[in-house]
Design a protein around this ligand. Structure first.
Ligand SMILES: *[C@@H]1O[C@H](CO)[C@@H](O)[C@H](O)[C@H]1NC(C)=O
Ligand SMILES: *[C@@H]1O[C@H](CO)[C@@H](O)[C@H](O)[C@H]1NC(C)=O
Length: 208
């Protein structure tokens, strides 16, 4: 669409020539409430979707952040994150958080992760974010379980790689909600770790 030239000029002139009008506009804007989208994301989500925002860990310093349907699910401030894989389960129909946990993949036991992943029910959305090292203790069984949730990078995840992901139990295709950055001395932003990853958007609600 093209802006008509003359009305635009007229408007800007009146703003400069009538200071009272300008002031009134300013006061009006200051008093108007700021409308924020759910999870503070840039674009509002359609009603048949859930808004989300996921931020990976930053090196081994700042933990990851997850917001889903305007609820902060995991964060430093909530003090429920940890080194390794941070995982939240959400009901794909209602958007309600089922549970979340962090699994130390550097020196923890992968058994805890397997016990968490195996019982996930069909129709559950699974949010994951790496912090520090998401992969040293991952075995084939754990990688396969994550791949079954729609991950394209589960088999590649390595020491101190960065990774954020939303998948679902029972989905047939690969998830479009996934970002991966390899730990590489040549391209790392921090000394031993790649850049922070951040993703926001709208996940379709499960219509059943
Ligand atoms: C999201 O939550 C905040 C409080 O955490 C609230 O102020 C805001 O109105 C909510 N936004 C929407 C769109 O529901
Ligand atoms: C989601 O919530 C609905 C309504 O409470 C329930 O019937 C359904 O079993 C839940 N699904 C999952 C995967 O938890």
């Amino acid at each position: 669409t093209r802006w008509p030239r003359r009305p635009l000029l007229t408007r800007s002139v009146s703003v400069f020539l009538i200071p009272g009008l300008f002031l009134n506009c300013g006061l009006f804007l200051a008093e108007a409430p700021v409308i924020r989208n759910k999870c503070n994301i840039k674009k509002a989500c359609p009603s048949n979707t859930f808004a989300f925002k996921i931020v990976s860990g930053a090196a081994n310093v700042i933990g990851p952040f997850m917001c889903f349907d305007n609820v902060t699910v995991m964060s430093n401030i909530k003090n429920n994150i940890g080194r390794g894989l941070n995982i939240a389960l959400v009901n794909g129909s209602t958007g309600q958080v089922i549970k979340s946990n962090a699994f130390d993949m550097y020196s923890g036991d992968v058994k805890h992760l397997l016990d968490f992943l195996k019982p996930i029910k069909k129709g559950t959305l699974v949010l994951m974010a790496a912090y520090d090292d998401p992969a040293t203790k991952l075995n084939d069984e754990a990688r396969n379980l994550i791949a079954e949730l729609g991950s394209s990078y589960a088999s590649k995840l390595g020491f101190r790689d960065n990774w954020i992901f939303i998948g679902g139990k029972g989905i047939k295709d690969k998830s479009p909600f996934e970002q991966y950055l390899k730990n590489d001395k040549q391209t790392n932003k921090y000394d031993g770790w790649p850049e922070v990853l951040e993703m926001e958007g709208c996940v379709p609600k499960k219509l059943d």
